[in-house]
Design a protein around this ligand. Sequence first.
Ligand SMILES: O=C(O)CCC(=O)C(=O)O
Length: 280
Amino acid sequence: MVRATTSARENFDRDGFVVIEDLLDTTELESFGAAVDLGVRTRVGADDRQVSEKSLYEQSFQQCANLWEDNPDVRGLTFHQELGEMAASLLGAETLRIWHDQALYKEPGGRETDPHQDWPLWPIGPARQITAWIPFEGSTLHGGAMGYSPGSHRLGLAKFSDITREIRSEPYPYFDHSEMAAPVWVEAPIGSVVFHHSLTVHQARANASDQMRRVYCIIYFEDGCVRSRPHWHQSLDRQGIQEGQPVRGPITPIAWPRPQGDVPEPPTDMGHPPRTGFRV
Ligand SMILES: O=C(O)CCC(=O)C(=O)O
């Protein structure tokens, strides 16, 4: 059992993020890290552009979603029961599904990740999603650590910032009111996982180191959430979910609870997730 302690839950409720230390051991991190490295290499290894030649969004990270579908060795991480149980107890959910997983590999020289909320990027509601941000080697300020604006998830929706687009029309932050706190920068020790709510404003530093920042995320949502908007998303459109329908199907299977050792197989008749990026 790895339920969140009362104080972790209180911190998550108050701040919209929490660092849980010692959730993964070094052996797991090494083997899952190698599986995700291979997944990223297979998807984007042939892309030999310099960081400076990429779009602004791509300069923040190499993004590869639904790696669990490509590689059986990644499935053990995406459907890791202790991680799922921790996420469920922080969110206060009885059952969680996978929205998607993703590698976010920030290259040496990769730019910062602009401040944003996740939920406006996702056509799913209500806002009952939680992300597990897993740095395979821990994170440092120098190497692309995350910053979270504490309590911002309780302010509701900020002015929409679509960080996937090239045009940055508004200065940050996006709330009209001035309640939003300055970001708290988190250096996550190796073995720790940082959880954040889908409405928490977050960002990441540039990677000023000479090493890849190797991060894997698992995004969970509470079972019962529905498609809220028509805009395209691979987690919905590949499985034909219409507006108002519950998000249930083989691309968004139950993540927790599952019987120990029971890891879902990906569907074979719903196409492949986009190779990279947030949209096709
Ligand atoms: O890792 C990053 O640079 C950004 C992560 C992020 O935006 C997220 O996990 O939602």
